[in-house]
Design a protein around this ligand. Structure first.
Ligand SMILES: Nc1nc2c(ncn2[C@@H]2O[C@H](COP(=O)(O)OP(=O)(O)OP(=O)(O)O)[C@@H](O)[C@H]2O)c(=O)[nH]1
Ligand SMILES: [Mg+2]
Length: 321
């Protein structure tokens, strides 16, 4: 199997995709922040105004207050008054908020050579972009030389199976599916067996985002996971939570119930292109204690980029070049 690691991707490509996908957030951040810092207004008012911009970008009230408090202290200790230096200090504080120490360790264990399929389970509430993201991941991994198989374990929503099958045929990967209404655990079981029999490198499992009740949804996730673990006790190797950046803080609350029920390794933040409140990336890491692994930056199959905290901050607050 080839490396699963997105972070190995061409640096320039990560930069341009991150910039493309965060344009709305950049407009909402960069302008106001620059204007405030350069306004020459008294420092007390400056900090208050900056705090307001951070809060309105969905960074969260508590985190914004903490950030500004630290920035204030730092600037007074270092006697920073120059606007460019204040912005650099803010950037490095945001970077610290977005850096997830276990991420490096975790990523280094991915992609080691294996004889059984590497299983990725994708979860999240309805409409966040699970199925689309799975297609993007499959496309990426396939282009890296891996044999990928998809499992249509969302048997609940009408047309969910067909949606995944359409993606599968567009990118040229097999989709294992049962009928609408079938047991998702059984789909996962068959997909794993098929992946083994066909010597697939990676199996990605699509799941439902909505069921009759939330309890049912959570029970189903647990069941799919345990079916897979019975087949390979190290699997699923990754359970990824998809979060829709446009839902902001509400999405975060919903996400918490998932992470309480099924242990997740990372977050895919979808629809980054559709929001000006990209600051949501910060409370996600802080409150879920999970690293963001990828950003979804549009509806097309290529619109996914590995999350790079520094590129993300530069895209929001860095100079235009
Ligand atoms: N702009 C934009 N749209 C996206 C992105 N990711 C997904 N979408 C759109 O979001 C909508 C929902 O995507 P799906 O992939 O069907 O979401 P899902 O989570 O599988 O939905 P359910 O199966 O109903 O739970 C679709 O219209 C996608 O095109 C993204 O990164 N950017
Ligand atoms: Mg779906």
């Amino acid at each position: 199997m080839n490396m699963l690691n997105f972070l190995n991707r061409n640096k320039q490509e990560v930069r341009s995709k991150t910039r493309e996908g965060t344009q709305k957030s950049r407009l909402a951040w960069l302008g106001p922040i620059m204007r405030i810092v350069r306004s020459g207004r008294p420092q007390e008012i400056l900090w208050e105004d900056l705090e307001e911009v951070l809060i309105s970008a969905d960074i969260g009230v508590e985190t914004s207050i903490d950030l500004i408090e630290n920035l204030k202290k730092h600037c007074s200790q270092e006697s920073l008054t120059d606007s460019e230096k204040i912005i650099e200090a803010l950037k490095s504080m945001l970077f610290t908020c977005l850096t997830h120490p276990p991420l490096e360790d975790y990523l280094s264990t991915r992609g080691t050579s294996r004889s059984s399929p590497y299983v990725i389970l994708v979860v999240g509430v309805n409409g966040v972009g699970k199925t689309t993201t799975i297609a993007k991941l499959a496309h990426y991994y396939k282009n890296m030389g891996n044999k990928v198989i998809l499992a249509a374990a969302d048997t609940f929503r009408a047309a969910a199976i067909e949606q995944l099958q359409l993606h599968g045929s567009a990118i040229g990967v097999d989709v294992i599916a049962h009928r609408h209404g079938a047991d998702p655990g059984a789909v996962a079981f068959d997909a794993y067996q098929a992946s083994n029999a066909r010597s697939a490198d990676i199996l990605i499992i699509d799941t439902a985002g909505r069921l009759h009740t939330k309890t049912n949804l959570m029970k189903e996730m647990i069941k799919i996971k345990s079916v897979i673990t019975k087949l390979d006790n190290s699997a699923p190797h990754e359970t990824l939570l998809v979060l829709d950046a446009t839902t902001g803080v509400n999405g975060l609350d919903q996400a918490k119930s998932f992470t309480k029920t099924v242990q997740c390794q990372g977050v895919i933040l979808s629809k980054m292109d559709g929001t000006s409140r990209g600051g949501i990336a910060i409370p996600i890491q802080r409150e879920l204690n999970l690293p963001i692994l990828y950003l979804g930056t549009g509806e097309s199959i290529e619109d996914l980029v590995g999350f790079d905290a520094w590129e993300f901050i530069e895209a929001l607050l860095g100079p235009v070049n």
